[in-house]
Design a protein around this ligand. Structure first.
Ligand code: HEM
Ligand SMILES: [Ca+2]
Length: 884
């Protein structure tokens, strides 16, 4: 099928991962991937390079006889000219027409499917998938185009007879040369204003040259090409030999991820650290899930019939009849829909990609929204504040109510006033600990806005809102890099990757070539490490009593938030006083059996979902990511050299009993179970993937809070104020908590013992007091005309320097032209210079000024004025006829 020629390389493309060799016996047949090929396939900005010892030289994969030509020792060059010819316009046109018809048919079924089936909101009696299915209309629209791109790509691959291992690379290559016909690209570049002081709501124009980088509703980026069943779009369901099916996600979950128990608590890390991680994750990512593609059938019949081929968005998680929990309910499958497909940012053909509905940056978008409709709907439009409910039901304000219950919450029949909440991210209602963080931060916004208003009475709503938003976003970034990440990544990684905040001065490392976009592997696996940290219950501590709520009793239920004792304050107390579970292979059964459960047996399994999601995204297996991360190559299940060196023997053996090959291990499963790097809570693979993402989110964010960028930077005093902020202070200010340990991410311990909130000073926002016109009197009356100008003067009433180091910033003079008396030609005079000289003459004196005339004379005589200059636009030029 391929032209096996080594000549004409300029016309050739080396296919990734297709070189085969005679493998070592332990692998059966093997396929070698050239290091260069792998490196080539990496996104250049990630700074990851694949280095394998020269003695190995290549990466070894077990081989797939029917996929790969065996025996070639060099990469097989593919003559792209042939493909280009084959996929000439007329061909593509044909694929496009067929695909369009197909997509139209599928789409017409969407709505009915949604009504009848899998993803009915819980309020309508469906089996819930929680708020994760509240896919935005924009995402659905992009998904339609994404489906078209995928179908055209699949058509091209089929037509060319490409096998799965090369289809993605070849179609991408073709796609680079020609845009698919009949498609419109949803990613249209934007014009940016380099002087804009505030972040856009949707994250666009953060990077001035690449205005779409990091914008909401753009695809996740890849560090490594996806591995799909068909090379383009279908989930990875077969093992590396393409002979046996992969172990079922639920089977991996029951055999490997269950169940955590008390001894799996982390001694030093609070449950707050877990919850902050989820809150942060909701700032930077929200996968767009499909809303279904098939009418008539509910999820059960879909599962039973396994009609994936008819309903391509439905990818149910099968439950074996021997399941250790669900078998008692005769449950054979679990609700799962695929993430919607999206074109890549360049809108070229290629493998399926996934869409992030939120802004990729750490910009507090979970508080404010990632689109203007959401953010506007959350604004009070007065005093810069966000909508918050008044304190009628609980001490302290709450998030605005979602009165139509569009978030699909489970509401109590006993109290019609209890509703779910609205926030910048719809998942705020997933459970009360998350809603608590949302509430704390929304309250903080309004406190900041109020304080800013007191300092700057003339600021309008917009300026107050934007400045408060900027401050809150900066606090979130500071707390993330200063308090949260060090305990996750460890101080060594923080230092090596330059992630620690500075103690003074500005950060100058912004790199406009660095693409900050959230990586697919981070979203689909690595940052899900937090799921392993979730405790069995959510504690709520009042000042006198405490109660532990099993998660299954509080999922999607807002009731608790309305209780003065157990609400925001009680949950906050509980979070800082209980521990997280360890990051390890085990996950609480509250998440593996009971997630979003309505009655026994209807729950979901988050571990299985993580695995299934990875396969849905085509996420390459664990072993590949070790290579991307420059870690030792894994080739067997042993824990010695060349094996699972970062796993315990017991965990490695457990993996071996589940998977046929190390190249089948799902990234979530292999990564979360690694032994932690010393000082870190994560093993080396997740440590690498998480650290790299946070590096990009710092170095690729023009608005990073420590930035020295002139248009966006804080003043030195303002930055110091942000640097003094801690999560404990913010909690103290916005809840009824009265004592708390200074570092709420760590358990109480010597050096971190609880202190009274009174000892934590409120934020001092005086550096935000605007430095203009403070302390001036109103202007006196105009002078007579002197030399064609008239002058009026104001006096400084405020001898105390403000935070800008000035008493009365600005000039005491106001100068205007006198009406021209005659038509005489006059020399031009620079008013600015005149004003400067007048100021000079005044010598900073705040004494009552002498006569305008004498000052004017004095000023001008001391200088070279009148100058004959042109001050440019602004109408300040005038003719100066009188010489002193
Ligand atoms: C009680 C706590 C939590 C619950 C119930 C929960 C539940 C979920 C669910 C249902 C999903 C969607 C899965 C899918 O369809 O693929 C998800 C995704 C995710 N979760 Fe969690 N989670 C929790 C805590 C956390 C924590 C602590 C972290 C990180 C520190 C985290 C990180 C993520 C990430 C990165 C995703 C993927 C997000 C996306 O791309 O949209 N979660 N979680
Ligand atoms: Ca964001």
């Amino acid at each position: 099928m391929f032209h096996r020629t080594t000549t004409g390389l300029q016309r050739c493309l080396y296919i990734v991962a297709v070189v085969s060799i005679i493998p070592p016996s332990s692998f059966g047949q093997g396929i070698l991937t050239r290091v260069g090929d792998l490196r080539h396939s990496l996104v250049p900005d990630v700074g990851v390079s694949v280095q394998i010892s020269p003695s190995v030289g290549e990466i070894r994969f077990p081989s797939v006889a029917d996929r790969m030509p065996v025996g070639a020792a060099v990469p097989i060059p593919v003559d792209t000219s042939r493909f280009v010819q084959d996929v000439a316009d007329v061909q593509l046109e044909r694929f496009a027409t067929a695909a369009t018809t197909n997509i139209e048919a599928q789409l017409s079924q969407d709505l009915q499917f949604f009504r009848n089936g899998i993803d009915k909101p819980v309020s309508q009696g469906g089996i819930p998938f929680g708020p994760h299915l509240l896919t935005s209309q924009t995402a659905i629209d992009i998904g339609k185009i994404g489906s078209l791109f995928v179908d055209i790509s699949v058509g091209a691959a089929t037509n060319l007879g490409l096998n799965a291992s090369v289809a993605g690379a070849v179609v991408s290559k073709i796609g680079r040369q020609r845009l698919p016909p009949q498609t419109s690209c949803p990613f249209i570049n934007v014009r940016c204003n380099p002087l804009a002081k505030y972040r856009s709501i949707d994250g666009s124009c953060n990077n001035l040259a690449h205005g779409l980088w990091g914008r909401a509703e753009t695809p996740f980026e890849r560090d490594f090409p996806p591995m799909y069943g068909d090379g383009i779009s279908t989930p990875r369901t077969m093992d590396i030999t393409n002979v046996n099916p992969l172990p079922l996600a639920r089977v991996v979950s029951t055999a490997f991820h269950q169940q955590s128990f008390a001894s799996h608590l982390m001694p030093d890390i609070t449950h707050f650290s877990m919850e902050y991680g989820q809150f942060l994750s909701h700032d930077i990512q929200r996968n767009a899930l499909s809303r279904g593609k098939l009418g008539q059938h509910g999820i059960d019949s879909l599962c039973k019939r396994k009609i994936l081929s008819v309903s391509p968005s439905c990818f149910p998680i099968e439950i074996p009849t021997t399941d250790n929990y669900f078998s008692q309910f005769n449950r054979t499958c679990m609700n799962f829909v695929r993430a919607i497909p999206t074109p890549n940012l360049q809108c070229t053909l290629g493998p399926r990609q996934q869409l992030n509905q939120n802004t990729h940056f750490i910009d507090a978008s979970q508080i404010y929204g990632s689109d203007s409709t959401t953010s506007n709907s959350l604004r009070l439009l007065s005093g810069g504040k966000i909508l918050l409910l008044s304190a009628s039901l609980e001490s302290g304000t709450k998030l605005p109510k979602d009165t139509s219950n569009t978030a699909g919450c489970i509401l109590p029949s006993s109290n019609v006033n209890v509703k779910c909440f609205r926030a910048g991210d719809v998942r705020a209602n997933q459970q009360p600990a998350l809603a608590t963080l949302h509430t704390i931060w929304m309250r903080e916004h309004n406190r900041v806005a109020d304080k800013l208003h007191l300092l700057n009475v003339d600021w309008d709503d917009e300026q107050l809102y934007q400045e408060a938003r900027k401050i809150v976003g900066a606090m979130l970034q500071h707390i993330t890099y200063n308090e949260y990440l060090p305990y996750i990544l460890g101080s060594q990684t923080m230092t090596q990757m330059n992630l620690s905040p500075l103690s003074s001065g500005y950060f100058t490392g912004y790199d406009s070539n660095l693409n900050p976009t959230i990586r697919n592997s981070f979203a689909s696996a690595a940052f899900r490490f937090g799921h392993s940290k979730v405790h069995d219950y959510m504690a709520s501590h009042s000042s006198t009593s405490s109660s532990n709520h099993l998660w299954k009793d509080v999922f999607l239920k807002p009731d608790l938030m309305y209780d003065a004792n157990s609400g925001v304050t009680g949950v906050a107390r509980g979070l800082v006083q209980t521990q997280s579970q360890k990051v390890d292979r085990l996950m609480t059964t509250q998440l593996t059996r009971h997630m979003f459960e309505r009655f026994p047996g209807t729950g979901l399994d988050l571990a299985a979902i993580n695995i299934q999601r990875g396969r849905d995204h085509g996420t390459a297996s664990y072993a590949i990511w070790r290579i991307v991360c420059n870690l030792s190559v894994v080739g067997h299940f042993g824990v010695g050299i060349g094996g699972l060196v970062d796993h315990t023997p017991a965990d490695a053996a457990a993996l071996q009993s589940i998977y046929g090959s190390v190249y089948d291990i799902d990234l979530y499963t292999g990564g979360v179970s690694e032994k932690p790097v010393p000082g870190s809570k994560l093993g080396p693979t997740f440590n690498c993937l998480v650290a790299k993402q946070f590096q990009r989110l710092k170095y690729g964010d023009r608005f990073f809070y420590e930035s020295n960028n002139a248009a966006v930077k804080f003043s030195p005093d303002q930055l110091n104020t942000i640097r003094g902020e801690t999560m404990a202070k913010i909690m103290c200010r916005n809840t009824g908590v009265s004592t708390v340990q200074p570092n709420v991410f760590q358990m109480q311990a010597p050096g971190n013992m609880p202190v009274s909130c009174n000892t934590m000073p409120d934020i001092d926002l005086s550096p935000w007091q605007q430095c203009i016109d403070g302390g001036w009197s109103t202007y006196g009356s105009w002078s007579l005309c002197v030399g064609g100008v008239k002058i009026r003067i104001r006096y400084c009433n405020n001898p105390v320097p403000n935070h800008c180091g000035q008493t009365c910033p600005g000039s005491p003079f106001d100068i205007q032209l006198c009406p021209s008396a005659s038509g005489r030609v006059r020399a031009r005079v620079d008013v600015t210079t005149l004003r400067k000289n007048l100021d000079l003459a005044l010598g900073g004196s705040r004494k009552v000024l002498g006569s305008v005339d004498s000052i004017l004379r004095q000023a001008v005589s001391k200088s070279s004025v009148p100058q004959i200059t042109n001050t440019g636009p602004g109408g300040l030029n005038f003719n100066f006829q009188h010489r002193f």
